[in-house]
Design a protein around this ligand. Sequence first.
Ligand code: KMT
Ligand code: NI
Length: 181
Amino acid sequence: MRAYYFDNLPGDQRLPHDSGNSVSDETLKSIGVLHWHIPIDEEGLYERKVDEVAQERNYKNRDVIAISKESLGDQLEVKLKTFYHEHMHEDEEIRYIMKGSGFFDVREHDTESWIRCHMGAGDLMVLPAGIYHRFTLDENNAVRTMRLFKDEPKWIAYNRGPETDANQYRVDYVNSLQTVA
Ligand code: KMT
Ligand code: NI
């Protein structure tokens, strides 16, 4: 996974938009974003390693979704619009890329900059509850992702606005950042 500051220039969301400024794991960690790489191997050893992370972090449920023209047809563009709208969840967002690739953009709270994370097969990422983020496919235009959840899945995406700024999960997230600084 490579992380860098988004360039904020106009152009298709699927393009890299790479400003050339890389973002370190330390910076990602400071905003609560964690990631691992568990290669997808033919013997299926990755499944056990994903199970280990899931067990350690108490993720009890999971599913696999495909985001592609093939699987979603005309709904692909609709779905992509929703995913690319800046939002938050009241639970961690855990994604393990099994095939294809895509971009997770996360908001750096201090600077309001977008950090773009390019995720490919084998990349596993955890976004904390309350972080503002968005997702898009890249130019390969297809991804197969495992979604992991603690207990029952909380599907709701809250689009950013005055209400989400006051959401308790958002407030807790912002407070967690201030204790580090
Ligand atoms: C989300 O909530 O942002 C998503 O689930 C994005 C799609 S998962 C590749
Ligand atoms: Ni999300």
